[in-house]
Design a protein around this ligand. Sequence first.
Ligand SMILES: NC(=O)NCCC[C@H](N)C(=O)O
Length: 408
Amino acid sequence: MASAHGSDSEVGILQTVLLHRPGPELKRLTPRNNDKLLFDGIPWISRAQEEHDAFAEALRARGVEVLYLVDLLVETLRSEDARHHAISAVTSGLHLGDTLGGYLSEALHDQSPEDLATILTAGVRNDELSGGFGLVTSLLPQDDFVIDPLPNLLFTRDSSVWIRDHVAITSLAMPARRRETQLTELIYAEHPRFAGSPTIHGWHHENVEGGDVLLLAPGVLAVGVGERTTPAGVERLARQVFTAGLAHTVLAVPIAQERATMHLDTVCTMVDVDKIVMYPNVADSLQAHAVTIAERTGPGDTDLRLDVAGAEPFLVAAAKAMRIDTLHQIDTGLDPVTAEREQWDDGNNTLALAPRVAVAYERNIETNTRLEEAGIEVIAIAGSELGSGRGGPRCMSCPVTRAPLPAD
Ligand SMILES: NC(=O)NCCC[C@H](N)C(=O)O
């Protein structure tokens, strides 16, 4: 790999990961706004932080370097240029109007990098303002946000994805999450640690969320298409990864447009080079279209004609693209009801630290037993509070660097 960062699989030894420790943005959740902010409940914040710290510690104990998104953001905001970009992005929303937008823009420039990072992540309510008063502040309900909080930053998986040595800035579908990629884009563009790392995609492109993108094997991506990633999103990503030489096959995998299956990584995740833990209630119906390059007529991503194969069973299409005999399926739970319960609780959402070593929520007892029976070492973590945002270890982590898989 040319750059110091990157990942070509789901299971190569994890070296560096980006996490977000739950912070003041979670204090913004109330029973009135939690649905809109994509949480199923109101987490107990200090317990969520304890659970998250234990997750980070479990990773460090296995030699993984843990980066925190807010630390990177604060360091990024020490640059005048980065501050300028961050402030103009957050104040350009049409809902602010000129009076409030102008005030906020000036007031934010006076903040320290630490305070500015808190404002950008935890947001600002109308009744917290100390200036910029006018028509907009008078007419907006007092408890409305003039800068929205970002409680789903916890799920760092979704707002950027490393594919080999490139980082894809994603384009998030739900209004509550759109602003997250302003922050990841800024960090990757301006933080010295990532200087020179090439980027693809971007928030201005068609919707693609990181939870839908699985690096099945070097050169092979599976991309869920459902509530979050659109058909046009997977087409754009395929064009970009082919153009940059990052993959030879992209499997487009339709998934039901439901909350329980919001991303492909809610129904399956890789735990070994040829093993995947999968929700059995969808396993038989999951299909994939293999997308490859039919013809290249120029250097740009629009200069490609794509070949789109007919639908095949997912496991068959995946094994073919990965050039292995079989992609072995490990079922979530033992019966359909347990499977449904454990899938909902992110039993499928494991984070591999190496081939056959995976972090999983402890509550999914049957799935974890099945993983162990299949020879997978399970590092179990508590997630009673973390899970209220509907995400497990994979959702809560963005692998920045994994060791390349040994060539066979
Ligand atoms: N990769 C994932 O499945 N991420 C979980 C995201 C949960 C978040 N509350 C959301 O609805 O977007």
